[in-house]
Design a protein around this ligand. Structure first.
Ligand code: 2PG
Ligand code: MG
Length: 459
């Protein structure tokens, strides 16, 4: 049995050039694991706390030396000597050591760095690729009757093409316009189609003079467009220009990150690019329904604000049998929020981000609960990322069905997409590797009428 011998930590930079925590874990058998913690921009209020130094003399206060100090100090002292393979025990010890509901004492960034670095070291100690080690942890907590969920599979990617909101200078309100290659037969085919659409979209935006060279935090184009629906038009056009059929082969998805479009004082939403403000939830839902009828949209994330439970109930009863409705800021990867969602019949899918909750075991618990409650799961990167590719292994290990990493440019994104290509190869190649595909996403067939009209804006 290998034991945790040492923890090292340091401040490194993420894809926005901001400091984040990197942790190295050493086993007493010579095994080694490393993890780097990601960071969001459109963070939910209920997320676990990312500890920043608030020392204005360094990185505008965003330094993480305090979190680093917690890893090598209090945390190392408490957990060194533990069995590397006992992830649940380690994570419980981390949560207890922090002792606060939102991990604000030691910082979720400190705890998560340790939790994941130890998982990497444990995989190495066991001589397993990370996804196989995580799959064993995943299986260990399944109940009789849940065996069907035990198999690893490659996720369907949901890929950012156009960025708005906080990720791209708020040119348009919707944060992510994504595509899902619904008819792809393998992960690698899905990636190839995605790359084709991405290139076609770049050419189309350039042709319209919409500044295709502007790129958002996740690598999506950040064009200047007159309205949100204009982005949907461009995407439909790009899919067709790539030689694929919108709605049949490639569908659309949105992340509104609507907490950031919400004014709590008036309980209304604002779509500045559409010159619409003072929209009650019902009016925003009407707009979304019109888009769903006109465009081949199969998934919408954070369509409403993180605490607008009544709105979410209404949204889910209106659109929940037609499209995937994902809660991100709404659920913040936490079982308590998900149970509340069930009570309110809110959403039908949950975004899974390690750092919203703070440890690997709690993340696995949320994926498990989501399955049991009938919610789909989408493992997701953050807008601030690094070369760490742990989420790729997590998505495969849990058979999560879907993954959202950003666009297919920028190396912090490609670290994950390429990791999935290697896993696909290890699982037998594109022909043989289990691929979740369209069934993991599908609520109903998308609208396929709109694209025939060709480009033109609708609002
Ligand atoms: C989201 C994520 C990733 P952030 O809202 O889903 O797209 O963004 O990491 O900024 O919260
Ligand atoms: Mg989101």
């Amino acid at each position: 049995m290998a034991r945790l011998a040492q923890l090292l930590a340091r401040e490194v930079l993420d894809s926005r050039g901001r400091p984040t925590v990197e942790v190295d874990a050493y086993g007493d058998d010579g095994s080694f694991g490393r993890a780097i913690v990601p960071s969001g921009a459109s963070t939910g209020r209920h997320e676990a706390l990312e500890l920043r130094d608030r020392d204005a003399s360094r990185f505008e206060g965003l330094g993480v030396r305090r979190a680093v100090g917690h890893v090598t100090g209090a945390i190392a002292e408490a957990v060194c000597g533990r069995d590397l393979a006992d992830q649940a025990g380690l994570d419980a010890a981390l949560v207890a050591l922090d002792g606060t509901p939102n991990k604000s004492r030691l910082g979720a960034n400190a705890l998560l760095g340790v939790s994941l670095a130890v998982a990497h070291a444990a995989a190495e100690a066991a001589g397993l690729p990370l996804y196989q080690h995580l799959n064993l942890l995943w299986r260990a907590r399944l109940e009789p009757g849940e065996e069907a969920w035990a198999q690893p599979s490659l996720p369907m990617p949901m890929v950012n093409m156009i960025s708005g909101g906080l990720h791209a200078g708020s040119q348009i309100d919707v944060q992510d316009f994504l595509i899902i290659p619904i008819a792809a037969r393998s992960y690698s085919e899905a990636l190839e189609w995605t790359a084709r659409v991405h290139r076609a979209l770049g050419r189309i935006l350039a042709r319209y003079g919409e500044e295709a060279h502007l790129v958002g935090d996740e690598g999506g184009y950040g064009p200047r467009l007159g309205s949100n629906a204009r982005a949907l038009d461009r995407l439909v056009e790009a899919i067709a220009a790539a030689g694929l059929t919108p709605g049949h082969e490639v569908a659309l998805a949105l992340d509104l990150a609507a907490t950031h479009l919400y004014d709590p004082a008036t309980a209304t939403y604002r779509l500045a690019a559409d010159q619409a403000s003072g929209l009650p939830a019902a009016a925003l839902i009407d707009r979304l329904e019109a888009w769903v009828e006109r465009y081949p949209i199969v998934s919408i994330e954070d369509a409403l604000a993180e605490d607008d439970w009544d709105g979410w109930t209404r949204l889910t009863s209106r659109l929940g049998d037609r499209v995937q409705l994902i809660g991100d800021d709404l659920f913040v990867t936490q079982t308590a929020r998900l149970l509340r969602g069930l009570e309110h019949r809110a959403a039908n899918a949950v975004l899974i981000k390690f750092n919203q909750v703070g440890t690997l075991s709690e993340t696995l618990a949320t994926v498990r609960l989501a399955r049991r409650l009938g919610y789909r799961t989408i493992v997701s990167a953050r807008s601030g990322e690094t070369e760490d590719s742990t989420i790729a292994d997590l998505a495969v290990a849990t058979g999560a069905g879907q993954i959202k990493i950003g666009s297919i440019v920028r190396s912090e994104r490609l670290a994950k997409y390429n990791r999935l290509l290697r896993i696909e190869e290890q699982l037998g190649g594109p022909e043989a590797a289990p691929f979740a595909g369209w069934p993991a996403v599908k609520i109903a067939a998308p609208a396929t009428n709109s694209f025939r009209r060709g480009p033109g804006s609708a609002n």
